[in-house]
Write a protein that binds this ligand. Structure first.
Ligand code: ADP
Ligand code: MG
Length: 288
């Protein structure tokens, strides 16, 4: 059948803030039974301010932030934007040499002859007291903390505010009422992720996943017979977005995520995900 209703629904979807890739995409959207939601930058807002900088005694906050910003210059991650912003009052960052991103982990490079890394705190227990306490406080609030190291030595913990994105609040309940299974997947540590999951009512949380881990999660669900949508924002989500039956990128996501996704939300409100699935289901009924 000529999918006229599908075409019409595609137009309606676009007006609601969902850009649907085409009729086939809408059909797949209507068959989704599982939604995997990325945490940082997807369920949480794209703009994440640095809320606190905890440095070891004797370290200079400005210098630590400038070094961190220098290596973050190669990253599009919301954390990178936050760190660069936080360093602005302290003057121009020194240039970083050979800076690279490790998706789902952080960035590293050479600044003033030192190997500087900014990234996920692997084990707070190994940090000096002041820094460990900063991580503990952030975990309880659901904020993300990243560690700045120089030549392998931890110098500071940056607490990055991880506020919820518009529409995140009601999304999980709504998906549940629609009979969908919802899973939160994140490269972040379990502790802050649990706080966010609890706040949103997500019962199924998978934390500490690298980009391959996210794609494997999707493949495992598919092997169990699930039809899976993934919503994500980052380079670290591209493998999972590509693997999914339907990839959904948030509008302010990285170009890599938007390129790997079938659908891009054009408005920041995450309610568009549930809207799109509901619309696709109604459309499927109209056509049959
Ligand atoms: P999520 O899967 O929730 O979107 P990511 O996989 O993007 O999270 O990041 C996982 C963790 O890796 C972050 O919580 C952070 O600790 C670290 N990280 C990733 N990118 C960066 C970066 N550019 N700077 C510092 N830390 C980063
Ligand atoms: Mg993300």
């Amino acid at each position: 059948a000529t999918p006229l209703a599908l075409v019409a629904a595609t137009g309606a979807g676009a007006r609601r803030g969902v850009l649907v890739g085409g009729p086939q995409v809408l059909e797949r959207l209507g068959r989704i039974d599982t939604v995997v939601l990325d945490k940082t930058g997807t369920l949480t807002a794209g703009a994440m301010p640095v809320l606190a900088v905890s440095v070891l005694p004797g370290e200079d906050t400005g210098e630590v932030l400038r070094s961190a910003a220098a290596v973050e210059s190669v990253s599009e991650h919301p954390i990178a934007r936050a760190v660069r912003q936080a360093a602005v009052p302290y003057g121009t960052p020194s240039p970083a040499a050979d800076a690279v991103t490790e998706p789902g982990r952080g960035v590293r490079g050479e600044v003033d002859g030192r190997a500087v890394a900014v990234g996920r705190c692997e084990d707070p227990e190994t940090l000096p007291d002041v820094l460990r306490d900063a991580v503990g406080d952030a975990d309880e609030r659901g904020h993300t903390s990243v560690v700045v190291t120089a030549d392998g030595r931890p110098l500071a913990v940056l607490t990055v505010g991880d506020g919820l994105r518009a529409g995140a609040d009601g999304l999980v309940g709504r998906l549940k009422r629609m009979g969908l299974r919802t899973i939160m997947a994140t490269g972040d540590r379990p502790a802050p992720a649990r706080t966010v999951a609890r706040r949103l009512g997500v019962a199924d949380l998978r934390a500490g996943l690298d980009p391959i881990g996210k794609a494997d999660l999707v493949a495992g669900l598919q092997a169990d017979g699930r039809t899976v949508a993934v919503a994500g924002d980052g380079i670290n989500d591209t493998a999972a977005l590509a693997r999914a039956d339907l990839g959904i990128a948030v509008a302010d996501g990285t170009d890599a995520a938007i390129g790997a996704a079938d659908v891009t939300l054009v408005h920041p409100d995450l309610g568009g995900i549930a809207d799109a699935i509901a619309l696709a289901r109604r459309t499927a009924r109209t056509i049959r």
